[in-house]
Design a protein around this ligand. Structure first.
Ligand SMILES: NC(=O)c1ccc[n+]([C@@H]2O[C@H](COP(=O)([O-])OP(=O)(O)OC[C@H]3O[C@@H](n4cnc5c(N)ncnc54)[C@H](OP(=O)(O)O)[C@@H]3O)[C@@H](O)[C@H]2O)c1
Length: 244
């Protein structure tokens, strides 16, 4: 199958590898290859002949500007995909994304889903829980000296390799016309995840539980954990830490 992968970062690069290994003709596109979804530059070339488009781009910021990023990028992508007669568009989103109205970035991702759901191309949405790779950067946001402040928000981390494998499988299949949820095997509170990470990496900072700290402070209850029927993956966070 000819598959155009838009966004070649953490997930996009691995999806490209998985699709190529499975024998598909997959090509990767991003600003670094001359495609800009915000201006439309390079879009027609990136989609020419593609049967499937996989959108793995991300907004450069998590604030209100992310709403404009996803509105403009998805609108441009859908119009170009329709013109190129693409038969399937795959989008990677986040478990529980529509249940955190207090976070601008999650409102932006919800808008991204809605644009795809109401758009002209048969679609699939894969919602994943927070990537294991995302835990350490999350801790940097709220580090002050030796102290990392984190709320006790329930998180179910998943390895990006397992997310990529799922996205590649969905891309090679028929459109779901719906949402598939995928989650890691264990639920931790974010402050606990921070402590596990510091201990495993010999980092001398310490975690202070702070219900007001960082982006995840606005999350209510366990809305970011696997809903009923979610696919649960095999890699545990402590094992992942040991191998990274
Ligand atoms: N972090 C999590 O825990 C989590 C959980 C579930 C779902 N997700 C979703 O997973 C998706 C992929 O995340 P990721 O971590 O793989 O992202 P990433 O590593 O930051 O990569 C983002 C990609 O988007 C490209 N891009 C950005 N602006 C662009 C533009 N205007 N035009 C074309 N390409 C553009 C970048 O290209 P250049 O580098 O060339 O600019 C880069 O290749 C995101 O949509 C995110 O919401 C994340």
């Amino acid at each position: 199958m000819k598959i155009s992968v838009i966004g070649t970062g953490l997930i996009g690069s691995q999806v490209l590898g998985d699709l190529t290994a499975a024998g598909h003709e997959a090509t990767g596109h991003s600003r670094s290859t001359g495609l800009d979804l915000l201006t439309g530059d390079g879009l027609d070339d990136a989609l020419r002949g593609a049967e499937v488009v996989v959108n793995l781009t991300n907004s450069p910021t998590f604030d209100d500007a992310s709403l404009d990023f996803f509105r403009t990028s998805v609108t441009n992508l859908l119009a170009a995909a329709q013109a190129a007669d693409v038969g399937h568009i795959v989008t990677l989103s986040i478990v529980g994304v529509d249940r955190v109205p207090g976070m601008a970035y999650y409102r932006a991702k919800t808008l991204q889903e809605q644009l795809v759901e109401t758009g002209p191309i048969p679609y699939s949405i894969v919602r994943a829980t927070q990537f294991m790779e995302f835990v350490a950067p999350t801790m940097e946001w709220t580090t002050d000296g030796d102290v990392v402040r984190l709320p006790a928000t329930p998180i179910q981390p998943i390895s990006s390799a397992e997310v990529a494998a799922e996205v590649a499988e969905v891309a090679a299949g028929t459109p779901l016309r719906g949402i598939r949820n995928i989650a890691g095997p264990d639920v931790f509170t974010l402050d606990e995840l921070g402590r596990i990470t510091l201990e495993a990496t010999g980092d001398h900072r310490h975690v202070v539980t702070d219900p007001t700290a960082g982006l995840f402070a606005v999350v209510e209850g366990d809305v970011l954990t696997a809903p009923e029927g979610a696919q649960v993956t095999a890699t545990h966070y402590r094992d992942w830490l040991r191998s990274h």
